[in-house]
Ligand binder design. Sequence first.
Ligand SMILES: Cc1cc2nc3c(=O)[nH]c(=O)nc-3n(C[C@H](O)[C@H](O)[C@H](O)COP(=O)(O)OP(=O)(O)OC[C@H]3O[C@@H](n4cnc5c(N)ncnc54)[C@H](O)[C@@H]3O)c2cc1C
Length: 420
Amino acid sequence: MNTSKHIDIVILGAGYGGISCVTRLSRRFRKKTDVRIHLVDRHTYHLLETRLHERAVRESEITVPLSRFLAKRPNVAFHLGEVTHIDLNDRYVELDFGMTDTTSAQPRRIRYDYLVIALGSKTNFYQIPGLEQHAFQLKELEDSERIRAHTERMFAIAATETNQNKRKEYLRFVIGGGGLTGVELATEMAERFDALSEQYHLDHSEPEMVLVELSDRILPSLDGKQVARSTEAMQAMGIQIYTNTRVTGMREEEGRLEVLRSPGAPIPTRTMIWTGGIRISDLIRRSGAETGPQGRVIVNESLQVRQYPEVFAIGDNALAINPKGGKTVPTAAQFALQQGYLTADNLDRLIRGRTLKEYHPKVLGEVVSLGKHLAVGWAALPVGAQFRFLGFLGSLVKRAISERHIFLLWKERQNWTGHW
Ligand SMILES: Cc1cc2nc3c(=O)[nH]c(=O)nc-3n(C[C@H](O)[C@H](O)[C@H](O)COP(=O)(O)OP(=O)(O)OC[C@H]3O[C@@H](n4cnc5c(N)ncnc54)[C@H](O)[C@@H]3O)c2cc1C
């Protein structure tokens, strides 16, 4: 138990859920000096994860330094480190700093009175043989940089490779998973091929982008008409789409990689990027919280963890149920943000002994970029109708959504300081 006379609120993760929660919390408790807020993350920045695919092809600012949000918030302490242990019964978390010197090698314990778990998700390789070992993933800033550097390398090597088959392998890029991440990445990369071909004096028809999807269609959350139009747009970019195809493994032989699939022959390549699924870190399951599919934490209508009312799980970590229809709330940035703001309000209520608000997800829409200047999707209109689009306008909507997120965070700051 925390024996200090302060109330300590610890927020794990400075992603969409964590940062929205912490910015609002610090405003809510700005006059309550006995409440201390602790934000923990392994990075010093807030990552705009929804724009990772952009950074995989070009220089693009997709992080915001946490110091920019926290500089004028004296009631928030930032702890940089890797969360390695969560103890829900004894109410503490352990952080590893990844340092090799003996003074800081010991994990540091942070005790809490209230905890918010917002650690996001990891790539799920589903134990497909060879996949985790050989495939790239797209989850962290470093992943996108790795993909960008590797792509350029493949073009550079192909430029002087005289063996036709080897050239093909270097210039064949395979993406596993035809959901939002796979499609956004495939289209951005395919768009970059022309510039790279030019740069390395390669024939523009040589690079290949292959998208492999298990189900019978890409983009499962969009309607059939939009999927058909997106598929056409992607094929026009030269992307080969294999639906109803399962990635069954990856094999390496004498430096050659092959993506194994069913049905179909293995695909020889030097680049496989897996975007086929997510799962939650085992760290959370080990905490004692009850978990459901993908390892997401079962929460009640106010996002509190079962049997631990002082603990909230939000964003990808939470298995929240939409009271309207009873379905699981999907993992998406828009829901993580809503849950972060609501949890800040509820912590305020909990500490002041008031009734908590229930979570009612607002589905604002869905936008999938198809390269830099095209996007497909829909946005909810106030009258309950939907505005559907495919085209340049969509890409503006996509950009506006990302800017709105930053704007809202700054607005919390404005409310705190009284000026921008
Ligand atoms: C390429 C891509 C595109 C996407 N596009 C969209 C989109 O267009 N629209 C949409 O709604 N959703 C999109 N998503 C999904 C969306 O990004 C996630 O649902 C959202 O980020 C979840 O928010 P979160 O707060 O739960 O976790 P995150 O935003 O992932 O934040 C988790 C935070 O926890 C930190 N962390 C994790 N583990 C530890 C640890 N052990 N120790 C310390 N810190 C840790 C991480 O550094 C991170 O800052 C996309 C995802 C990807 C990968």
